[in-house]
Design a protein around this ligand. Sequence first.
Ligand SMILES: Cc1ncc(COP(=O)(O)O)c(C=O)c1O
Length: 389
Amino acid sequence: MTPQGRPTPDPTGAGVPVAGRPAWAEVDLGAVAHNVAVLIERVAPAQVCAVVKANGYGHGAVSVARAAVGAGASWLAVALVDEGVELREAGLDAPVLVLSEPRPEEMARVVAEGLTAAVYTLEGITALAEAARVAGVVARVHLKVNTGMNRVGAQPGEVLTLARALDADPALRLEALWTHCAVADEPDHPFTAEQLDRFRAAVVELEAAGLRPPLLHVANSAAALVHPEARFDLVRAGIAVYGIDPAPALAGVAALQPALSVRAHVTHVKQVGAGERVSYGLRHEFDADTTVATVPLGYADGVPRRLSGVGGEVLVGGRRRPIVGVITMDQLMVDCGDVPVAVGDEVVLIGRQGDEAVTANEWGDRLGTIGYEVVCGIGARVPRVYLGA
Ligand SMILES: Cc1ncc(COP(=O)(O)O)c(C=O)c1O
């Protein structure tokens, strides 16, 4: 690191990318490990499943998965079979749960890669059993019950029938019953208790039939942090692993460290006079002489075009300065005011600089969305640089 805390260019990939634009996303794997440790301590004796779908919420699935497992996560979870295969190809051998039921034609791959499928239809169960039989293995499955989110999952009235079908097939083993919370990030919302009641009723029904699986799991990050009764045997934590509060209402509920920052170097600096305007549409007029810096990141990189219109700020020289004019595809402009700035200076879009920090949730609040969408949206062409690997 340079004295300014700027990563040193390094042909091996650590620090500012040598080729291309001076713009990058830094992922602090030490923060990921810290967050997993915080979760483990909070939810024990329940275990932690680190959710690394969507390329690890934009952070890089393989690197995050390695850091999470290294810090004690016992499970990984993904949305897609392809995402599970990526983990296996990188050498990760922890159990990997595929959170939505794979299509019948994907089941052979699920079995071949040793992934654990969520199931909730007879068609899925039949296809998985067939694939397991062909491969000569017993496939473990996690049966999902819909307790009111109404996205995916078997209806409560179907659970016993599906569990019986699983139990009757020697190629399958029912390892878990699970569900997903719709409003755990609103701590006072009564519907979480309602979902837990419906889940426990399904467990009792399976127990009465002698079919209770060894694992029960319900909680996402918010539930894991603030609803102890939702922890059961395993919590599926995504956003907290990345150090982002699951909702503004839960800010500070655990000592999480944000893992991702988005940084760039100023590529151009100019003085502009009062009355001049900036960017497409000339929508922003400067009311005083000022210094404008150009930053090589734009909406094609996941910096939403309208962030400038809703008060979006960056950090430069350790101070907050406004993004001015509409954000273009590859570049944006910052009114630096009296902050001294030169080509090559570091600008922080998300992350910390000096005593100031801009969080993904701050963008989310400004844009009427959530930190999840912000970090997942950081574009593929922004190189990820890993610290603490
Ligand atoms: C089924 C399921 N479980 C767990 C998670 C992790 O949620 P969070 O990132 O809020 O911890 C997700 C993410 O959307 C999910 O879809």
